[in-house]
Design a protein. Structure first.
Length: 454
């Protein structure tokens, strides 16, 4: 890929886990009743047909990985587990009170922070508490994120017994200097042990998170990390582009600075090297950031065009209602988004007052819903179409005009009724989405809020 193109298109832009993206949500207070109403509507429209998804945010980690951009709370005090789980179950009760029948659960995902910070017993109590008020869909998918250093056989067994079949381990990079700088130190042997245990117990989809663009990382360290990863043959690999966002409150990216990061060209070379190695190993690129073996459900979802993207990243199936439980979790009723309070204290206080603990939300306008569909199509399938009148909107031609230069640069192909990205243009997918992002275009941010696109 040419250096000129990388320089030209490497700009700050959203990762599009939602549209509108969070900075462009409604800024005029919370429309609490509206959130309740759209949740009820989404539930009654979809519970019997597709079921609902639940995301549970488990924020605690024992130590801070300095590169991490997630919402986490660092503590070694494990007495925080019980009260937190009780609060999450209370929040679940508040949602169940809104439903006029038993929720049917299609997906549960435990994210973090570090879900395996919690003891196996605590996690069992949590999941049983959720399932007590619900039933599982015939085909369901339960998954969890795990830290290789603190995942025990008992964690894996308890969660397997509760129906979990997918897990993902944060690996990032095996290079000692990189690990030391980002303060996430784990050996290949540890990752190997938890991977083999997962396979023995019966997990059918094991994923590993790798990151490129970290401080002091080199193409050689990526090659070494992927060579090691190859030995464990995970079903999926998330190959994330490092998002450098030190200005975001609470992120805490420190201990290194911009000078320690690879240049945009070096970073792109890391991605290209990784992508080539994954292809040689039989992995297929899925959307942005992800690779999967052909046997994995995510690959099947891409083939069947059922791949979906939400706040958790890519998922193999879509539900209209996603209930996010726990501090900072985001929920999606398709017609609206809402985010829970971002500190454990505020979150707990709101739940204890008997309220769904949201602190900001956004009701999607008719225009938002159309743009959301196009952005989902582009992010998931690298193409979209407006041949259906319902997907046309007044500013469509202006959006296409904005893409003229990208078209001339060979990054997008526009036809009469649609557009597609050639394989080589996939790294620019966020740039293509930005041409459709009417919220961003109308309200250009004056400060840095997004990471770089490449
Ligand atoms: C929320 S973490 C949960 C995993 C678990 N806590 C662990 O560390 O093993 C999920 C993943 O997000 C990715 N991640 C975190 N911060 C990132 C950043 N600034 N840029 C890109 N990816 C990041 C990492 O790959 C990490 O494994
Ligand atoms: S990478 Fe994982 S363990 Fe490290 S701080 Fe982030 S969430 Fe916690």
């Amino acid at each position: 890929m040419s250096k000129d193109l990388i320089q030209k298109y490497n700009i700050a832009g959203p990762r599009y886990t939602s549209y509108p993206t969070v900075p462009f949500w409604n800024k005029e207070g919370i429309a609490y009743e509206n959130w309740i109403d759209t949740t009820k509507t989404a539930f009654s429209e979809s519970n019997q047909t597709e079921g609902i998804s639940i995301y549970i945010h488990l924020p605690f980690c024992e130590s801070l990985c300095t590169f991490c951009g997630c919402h986490k709370r660092i503590t070694k005090q494990h007495h925080v587990e019980q009260p937190y789980i009780e609060t999450v179950l209370k929040e679940w009760d508040l949602y169940c009170e809104l439903f006029d029948e038993k929720p049917r659960i299609k997906e549960i995902h435990l994210g973090g922070g570090t879900p395996t910070f919690f003891s196996p017993d605590s996690l069992t109590k949590l999941i049983n508490g959720i399932l007590d008020k619900a039933e599982k869909c015939e085909e369901y998918e339960f998954s969890f994120e795990a830290h290789p250093n603190n995942t025990t056989k008992q964690h894996l067994q308890n969660l397997y017994d509760l129906g979990f079949r997918r897990n993902s381990f944060g690996v990032q990079d095996y290079d000692p200097k990189v690990q030391k700088t980002i303060n996430q130190i784990q050996s290949f042997e540890t990752v190997k042990a938890v991977t083999e245990l997962s396979k023995e117990i019966g997990y059918t989809s094991i994923s590993q998170d790798l990151v490129f663009g970290l401080p002091f990382q080199t193409t050689e360290s990526i090659v070494d990390t992927i060579t090691k990863t190859k030995e464990l043959k995970p079903d999926r690999i998330a190959f994330y582009s490092y998002a450098h966002v030190p200005w975001i409150k609470g992120v805490g990216q420190r201990g290194y600075d911009e000078n320690d990061l690879p240049s945009p060209e070096e970073k792109r070379a890391m991605y290209e090297t990784g992508k080539k190695m994954f292809a040689e190993l039989g992995y297929v690129e899925i959307g942005m950031d992800h690779f999967a073996l052909k046997t994995d459900s995510m690959h099947k979802a891409m083939d069947n065009k059922t791949l979906h993207r939400n706040f958790m990243g890519y998922t193999a199936s879509k539900t209209q209602l996603m209930v996010g439980l726990g501090m900072s979790s985001i929920s999606d009723s398709w017609y609206a988004f809402a985010q829970n309070a971002k500190t454990v204290e505020k979150y707990t206080e709101l739940v204890n007052s008997g309220k769904i603990p949201i602190f900001r939300d956004h009701e999607l306008s008719k225009e938002d819903l159309i743009i959301r569909k196009h952005i989902l199509n582009i992010m998931c399938h690298f193409e979209t179409s407006w041949s259906d009148e319902a997907l046309q909107f007044p500013e469509l031609q202006e959006c296409l005009d904005r893409l003229k230069e990208m078209e001339q640069d060979g990054l997008v192909k526009i036809t009469e009724n649609g557009l597609s990205l050639p394989e080589s243009a996939r790294p620019f997918v966020r740039n293509v989405c930005m041409a459709f992002d009417l919220q961003l275009i109308r309200n250009k941010p004056t400060t840095r809020i997004f990471s770089m696109t490449i």
